[in-house]
Design a binder for this molecule. Structure first.
Ligand code: GDP
Length: 177
């Protein structure tokens, strides 16, 4: 067996889209109704994917805005980003675009490995972003997209698996050059 590959992932998005809930559901398998971290916290979890073990370090940026995150020393040491919006909030969807632009500005890259996650898929009555709109954004950025519900534990695993996938794709593209 191969030694685990280590990966550092930052979870970014507007306030209250469910970033902490997704990370806690994924790493600790439960849903927290209210969680108010005052500082960023890092979680780790080992996942197995396509025969490889990944030791995934997830930086939950709750309690900060995107400006302080991206100006911090963390931003340049990330392997990739999980960009989260809520399907019930148009402004959080717009925020994902702003945050990605900031990451590109900050890193000086033309694209970064990321997965776009539309959380709170259980709130279908309050939906403001259609699944198609989410997919279109992913096609535009050439990254994976997925709708999740941290509350109902739907597709939460997938965001990190998709992440490793999009990262592999990025590496393949890099090798082509
Ligand atoms: P953060 O600020 O992005 O880290 O968001 P939180 O994880 O603190 O969640 C904000 C609020 O949304 C909390 O009240 C959560 O219980 C709620 N929440 C998080 N995920 C979901 C979800 O999938 N469905 C629903 N209905 N509520 C959620």
């Amino acid at each position: 067996t191969n030694p685990p590959k280590s990966r550092r992932i930052a979870v970014l998005g507007a306030r209250a889209v469910g970033k902490s809930s997704l990370v806690i559901q994924f790493c600790e398998n439960h849903f927290v109704e209210s969680y108010y971290p005052t500082i960023e916290s890092t979680f780790t979890k080992t996942i197995r994917y396509k025969g490889y073990e990944y030791s995934v370090e997830i930086m939950d940026t709750a309690g900060q805005d995107e400006y302080s995150i991206l100006s911090s020393h963390h931003a340049s040491s990330m392997d990739g980003y999980v960009l989260v919006y809520s399907i019930s909030s148009r402004s959080s969807f717009d925020m994902v675009k702003i945050i990605r632009d900031k990451i590109l500005d900050f890193t000086g890259l033309e694209s970064v490995p990321c997965v776009v996650v539309g959380n709170k898929s259980d709130l279908s009555i309050q939906r403001q972003i259609s699944p198609e709109e989410g997919k279109e954004l992913g096609e535009q950025w050439q990254c994976s997209t997925i709708e999740t519900s941290a509350k109902h534990d739907e597709n939460v695993y997938c965001c990190w698996f998709l992440f490793t996938d999009s990262e592999e794709q990025t590496q393949v593209l890099k090798l082509d050059f």
